[in-house]
Every structure is written in C-alpha cells, then in structure tokens.
Design a protein around this ligand. Structure first.
Ligand code: VAH
Length: 317
C-alpha cells in the first residue's frame, strides 16, 4: 500500500491515478494538510496528514499497512525563499520524520530531488549525477540534505530509499508550486485565455523541463526497479531543455497571434541562473532503462490540446 504525502501539489493526484491503475484504488492513499477538491476526494482514499506530526504519521502508516511512501511534501524554490523558516521545518524536519518512520517500518521510500539541488558552482551544461552541489535556495539545500540522509539511511539501516532529480515539470491539469519554472505552465493558459503572455524570466534562460506524464512514469518505473539494478540512490532524469524564447516560438507555431513580453522577476531569475542548463541522465538510462517520450513539439501540442479543449468546453457552457 502506498501513501503519498503532499498529495495535493502539482504531482500527487496524477501519481495517485497512475498507481491506482496498477495497484487498485484502495491501495493508494493521498494525504495533505489541505482539503481535497471533491473530485479528488471521491477518486480514492484521502487522509489529512501533517508530516510535522510524527505520531499521527506513524499511526497512518501502521493502521493502513503502508509499504511504500512517496514524500511530495515540500516548499519549492521561490516559495521557500519567501518563507525560509517554514521551508526548513517542512523540507528538513518533515523529511527526518519520514526517514525515521520508513526505517522503523521497513518502507520503500521515494523522495524527489530536483535540478534545484545544484548551484552556481556545479557544472551547468551538462550537469552530471555526481558533482559539486552548493545550491543557493533553502529548497536546494534541503533537497541535497534529503539525498545525503536518504543515502546514509540506506547504507546504515538498509532503508530502501530512492530519489529522482526532477526538472521543471509541465502539467495541464495541475498548478506548479515553486515559482521558478512555473512560467512554462502559465504561457499555455495565458495563450489560450488572452493571447498574451508576460514572462518573468529572461528570454535566453535555459532550464531542463519535462512533461508530467514522463515524470510520473519515471517515478513509478524507478520505484519498481529491482534494487540490484540501482548503482545509486539518487538519479538525474531528463527530457528536454528550453528557453522562454524557444518555448514561445514553438507555441506561436500553433498560435501565431500570441504576444510575448518580458518582465523579469529578479528573485526567480537569480534562482534560474544558479540551476543546471542541461541535465545528464545517462546513469538512469543505463541502470534502469529510463527514456522520455515528450520532446518540445509533443509537449506544446499536448498542452494546447488539453487546455484549448478545456477552454472551448468552458466557453460552450
Ligand atoms: C520550482 N517548479 O520552480 C518548481 C520545481 C525544479 C523546479 O522545483 O521551484
């Protein structure tokens, strides 16, 4: 049985859908500290849980005979910079709670890491799995800590800890939650709604990005990979890298009338400038057969189809 913490963020509902198809509806429990929208509530088991409440989390794990824990609770890049104390509590103390419960109850534990776990002194083009990691956000620092602690608990206590460094994730039916790569989701909604998009990063800011379906499939494939195929506990996964300019040009192939302007957000620009430009995921491809499906043209086509269709339905009603 799987418990997903932070389940109401950008990735949890999609992951639950995928895992419920594989393991059955009642074997995947979504949890978060927010009230789920009714369609989520009726799609399968949901439990309120705060990862800072150790006792409650342990009760949920024992009472529901949880065997896998996917730990999505975290404050991401720009959001974390706006509330460092809370980000430290959720991303670090929350992680410690989850590590202890997973080790105590022999759970398989997946904790996502991120392109944000690298910093300005890391090689950026490309960024390999193993290199200097001196990130400049509390998000990045907490995710490097998660990687190190997960690896330590694996070697010291035998915890089956697994982690993937996600690029910026693009999704149509869920909102991103960190701020730095979120422009690449907003452009689609604004293009369909108003035909205008104001980008908060410079046109030449190159960042690794991935469509949500590739991200969720990578997560399930890596969770299911036989443990002896894993030469590392944390892997980069990659699909594409693009700049706002390249993304806008690809969208304008479908929507030539889209007007793009730039109003740079200094905080997000500084974060983006400290992150990898291209991600080297050759270890994931060699060890457990990772390969992405969506490149930039497919991403744009899929997003516009989904959002465009949605807005046509909305207008029709
Ligand atoms: C953010 N979308 O911008 C998230 C993600 C790697 C990017 O963490 O913080």
């Amino acid at each position: 049985k799987v418990l997903i913490t932070g389940g109401l963020g950008q990735l949890g509902v999609g992951l639950a859908k995928m895992l419920r198809k594989r393991f059955g509806n009642n074997n995947v429990i979504l949890s978060d500290i927010r009230k789920p929208p009714s369609h989520v509530f009726h799609s399968g088991p949901f439990i309120y849980s705060d990862i800072l409440d150790y006792k409650n989390l342990r009760e949920i794990v024992v009472n529901n005979r949880i065997t896998w824990l996917v730990h999505y609770s975290a404050l991401l890049s720009a959001v974390g910079e706006a509330n460092v104390a809370l980000a430290r509590d959720v991303n670090i103390t929350g992680l410690h709670n989850v590590l202890d419960i997973a080790a105590e109850h022999g759970l398989r534990l997946f904790v996502p890491s991120t392109i944000g776990a690298f910093g300005p002194t890391s090689p950026r083009n490309p960024t390999p799995d193993l290199c200097i990691q001196r990130p400049r956000t509390i998000y990045g620092v907490s995710k490097v800590h998660a990687e190190l602690m997960g690896e330590y608990y694996h070697h010291r206590y035998g915890l089956d800890f697994r982690s993937l460094r996600y690029p910026g994730i693009i999704s149509a039916d869920s909102q991103p939650g960190g701020g730095t790569t979120d422009y690449a989701v907003a452009i689609f909604h604004d293009a369909v709604k108003t035909g205008k998009f104001e980008c908060n990063l410079k046109p030449d800011t190159r960042l690794p990005m991935m469509y949500i379906d590739d991200c969720l499939r990578a997560t399930v494939e890596m969770m299911e990979a036989p443990t002896d195929t894993l030469s590392m506990r944390t892997y980069n996964i990659n699909a594409m890298s693009f700049t706002p300019e390249e993304l806008a040009q690809e969208v304008q192939k479908q929507m030539p009338e889209l007007e793009v302007t730039y109003a740079i957000d200094q905080v997000r620009q500084a974060i983006a400038d400290s992150w990898p430009m291209n991600f080297d995921d050759s270890n994931a491809r060699n060890d457990w057969g990772w390969k992405h499906d969506y490149d930039l043209p497919e991403l744009v086509q899929t997003m516009l189809n989904y959002i465009g269709a949605d807005s046509r339905i909305a207008q029709a009603n």
